[in-house]
Design a protein around this ligand. Structure first.
Ligand code: 13P
Length: 255
């Protein structure tokens, strides 16, 4: 059966020391809380990954990931980081297609498909983000937009590679706004995503894919969101920067 996952996305926050402190607090708090069918992931800025990996060695209960990777293996791409480099410092995940990357860095579905290939080739599990803007939702294009993001960005993977992917539904209008999608809105899209996966691959692949909700998820709303049939956890921004809030979201599975 699919895993229940809570993943933190620190975005461009935390200097090195604050990040290590936050992570060690998280490790101490969650160690006893994480059950076998659950996974906790922290996606930090690149600079923290090696340091964080020193803490995960002993516990094995929290995994680490990056927030982006370059699509090429190596070469003259000043300032970029490859999937192989991320893997080499002990990370096992990479967020791809976050709306902030799409919006501010012009990442297209076509580019994201190449990044997904690079991640898989290097043994990183992609956390692939999809989601509509407010304008797209208001003009009732949300299903179409999400379908296209999946088809062009990640559905080119063969089934055995797709089985390594986590999907995150993050409506752009809910990210960092304090406005959360209602449990009904989120469940509707999650069920739609699962149907798309079943149509592209098969029901067993669809049933085994973890689909996370992201967008102003916090300790107060996490339990009702996670209780939905097709919501398998959360991708957490702001609330992942406070160890207490992040841990309380993880505990929401047990409520
Ligand atoms: P917030 O939880 O801050 O809304 O961010 C969500 C997000 O973008 C996680 O990737």
């Amino acid at each position: 059966m699919r895993k229940k996952v809570v993943a933190g996305n620190w975005k461009m926050n935390m200097d090195y020391t604050s990040g290590i402190t936050l992570f060690s607090e998280i490790i101490n708090m969650v160690n006893d809380e994480v059950r076998g069918d659950q996974e906790v992931i922290v996606c930090s800025p690149f600079i923290h990954l090696h340091g964080l990996s020193q803490y995960t060695k002993d516990t094995g209960k929290v995994s680490i990931g990056a927030q982006n990777c370059h699509q090429e293996a190596s070469g003259a791409y000043t300032g970029e980081i490859s999937a192989g480099m991320i893997k080499s410092v002990g990370a096992s995940y990479v967020i791809l297609g976050h709306s902030e990357r799409r919006q501010y860095f012009g990442e297209t579905n076509e580019l994201l498909a190449k990044k997904a290939d690079a991640a898989i080739t290097n043994g990183l599990n992609p956390i692939f983000c999809v989601g509509e803007t407010l304008e797209e939702r208001n003009s009732e294009k949300h299903f179409e937009v999400i379908k296209q993001q999946l088809n062009e960005g990640i559905f080119h993977l063969p089934a055995n590679d797709f089985s390594k992917v986590i999907i995150a539904y993050e409506p752009v209008w809910a990210i960092g706004t304090g406005v959360t999608a209602s449990k009904e809105q989120a469940q509707e899209i999650h069920a739609f995503i699962r149907t798309q996966i079943a149509e592209k691959y098969d029901t067993s692949v669809a049933e085994n894919t973890s689909i996370l909700y992201g967008g102003s998820c916090n300790p107060k709303n996490a339990s009702e969101l996670f209780a939905q049939k097709d919501i398998d956890g959360g991708l957490i921004g702001g609330a992942s920067l406070k160890s207490r809030d992040f841990t309380d979201i993880i505990k929401a599975f047990n409520n």
